[in-house]
Design a protein around this ligand. Sequence first.
Ligand SMILES: NC(=O)c1ccc[n+]([C@@H]2O[C@H](COP(=O)([O-])OP(=O)(O)OC[C@H]3O[C@@H](n4cnc5c(N)ncnc54)[C@H](O)[C@@H]3O)[C@@H](O)[C@H]2O)c1
Ligand SMILES: [Zn+2]
Length: 678
Amino acid sequence: MTNPAVSDLIARSNRLGADPKNTNYAGGNTSAKGSEIDPVTGESVDLLWVKGSGGDLGTLTEGGLAVLRLDRMRALVDVYPGVEREDEMVAAFDYCLHGKGGAAPSIDTAMHGLVDAAHVDHLHPDSGIAIATAADGEALTKQIFGDTVVWVPWRRPGFQLGLDIAAIKAANPQAIGCILGGHGITAWADTSEAAEANSLRIIETASAYIAANAKAEPFGPALDGYAALPVAERRAKAAALAPTLRAIASRDRRMVGHFTDSDVVLDFLAAAEHPRLAALGTSCPDHFLRTKVKPLVLDLPATATVEESIARLWELHESYRADYQAYYDRHATAESPAIRGADPLVILVPGVGMFSYGKDKQTARVAGEFYVNAINVMRGAEGLSRYAPIDESEKFRIEYWALEEAKLQRMPKPKPLATRIALITGAASGIGRATAVKLAAEGACVVIADLDGAKAEAAAAEIGNSDVAIGVVADVTDEAAVQAAVDAAVLAFGGLDLVVNNAGLSLSKSLLETTVADWDLQHDVMARGSFLVSKAAAKVLIEQKLGGDIVYISSKNSIFAGPNNIAYSATKADQAHQVRLLAAELGEHGVKVNGVNPDGVVRGSGIFAGGWGAKRAAVYGVPEEELGAYYAQRTLLKREVLPEHCANAVFALCGPDMTHTTGLHIPVDAGVAAAFLR
Ligand SMILES: NC(=O)c1ccc[n+]([C@@H]2O[C@H](COP(=O)([O-])OP(=O)(O)OC[C@H]3O[C@@H](n4cnc5c(N)ncnc54)[C@H](O)[C@@H]3O)[C@@H](O)[C@H]2O)c1
Ligand SMILES: [Zn+2]
């Protein structure tokens, strides 16, 4: 049975974590102390349950808690070698675990264990950090809270900070918590309910004080020409800039992006003080690894053209990189981990919004959320006083902390298509859908584009949430719709790497039966459609300077000539030659162009289900449900071809192994000699 101290702790953590005003994503930690019977001795033992390393309070479960023996954890005080060697204490926590110990103890475990209260919350609320990063934070704390909340000067999280807070609590029995300079808040109480109330009281009191006392324009007056562009215009500009921005963020390693044009961001960028404040950087220790110390800010007004902006961004990128390298060189010691790349993780574009980057969409999105936290913090601090985050040298110590580096080194190896963004046309059904599933399973972010928007969204939802897959409606015959789908992809994931021209349909008719409308429809969807998609996508691929892949789902019928197929097979041959033409043209940009030639994919295919299968079955005199098996018997391998087999071929072409192959078609037909390539 779950210990009531634990169920209370989980419920309180989930409530606190559910409101972004209380703490940033995955930020902060909570704990409870209580007792259980030790199965070894049969006697009662005092335990500490504390949120372990990683994970988010809003979704914390019992499995996310570390469980330590309180007597042993507190006994560490006697062997603590001093602040210079405090990092060693993290390894020592492993010797204090109870039973299997649950989740790995985090750096903040000492604070929770050493503070003499049954329930402790450590949080990163914007309002609290605003006070914590105000130049006169200590005086403000006194003024706002009297002696109920105590100021703790900045200290890097760790064992010593735990000792400091414990001492402050002991010296201030009336206090309900503290403001941790440059960092966040900690609150405590004897019951879970009271701890939660104390946390909220600190957060809400700080927030109310800021609202009542902040000056009118904390970010300064409006800057001429920096106001937000109208929504359609700014999205179009964002999409036009996105490939260049991704190139900038990805020079050292390929990144996935996140775009936001929320009012918080646009208002900040529209005001006079944003360049000075952005240069001061973020503050909360959680932030640096995700946002880097500071963002890259485009220093042109919203009214600057895309071309002007791109030219300036490249200049700013060079100075950003030089600046970051200099920051690293200023602070790195012989023991410091190697530099983790010098590209920005947050890029701010006045009038347009913010792009943030990470190793996957979730990381990129959270980096953006953290920068929104930072803007809120700066607004509060500047409103009351002056924003004064911790020193650069302290920021470096956190960004390149050996313990953080060890965590990064322990991360599982990324999947083969991690950081790759795929756009697949006609992916609400059949081969396209199987391809989307496969590419997502191999780590790609996928955009499912289809004539049927509802089906596209449903197919995306089956793959995962919007960090993994999105569905967009797009008729590939329509140039504007194709551009809109490519724009949606770059705004959702920051760019594009992998394009699959799969949308198609099939009318099986003899020459004399084929109408001009039939001919046009087949050619519009397949020849023209893939031309339009390749064209819009190639512009992105070229601007990103990251290479890429375009894969065409052509057909056995692009090679094989049979009756009753003039329109379909002719347009498939057109697609197949597009592969060769574009392979020849795009090679210099590192873009590979290849094709897959399927045949007889009956199961899951809308083409077959839509009447064509019934007709073919009738022609061959077999029941429709046996058509797949019938086709299989005609192949050299006697195997039925499924959508998944085509998807595997797409992955083979654009995965990590076939890096030197372009202009190729892979047959996925179980062996049809008449369609052999030569
Ligand atoms: N099924 C086979 O045996 C086979 C064999 C060779 C080639 N192919 C090719 O594979 C591709 C996929 O076929 P499938 O069998 O999976 O078919 P499918 O009907 O299951 O899927 C095709 C998808 O394309 C979409 N689509 C149609 N017109 C579109 C347009 N104008 N814009 C955007 N989307 C559009 C449809 O809505 C559908 O979701 C096609 O290009 C087809 O020619 C299929
Ligand atoms: Zn913290």
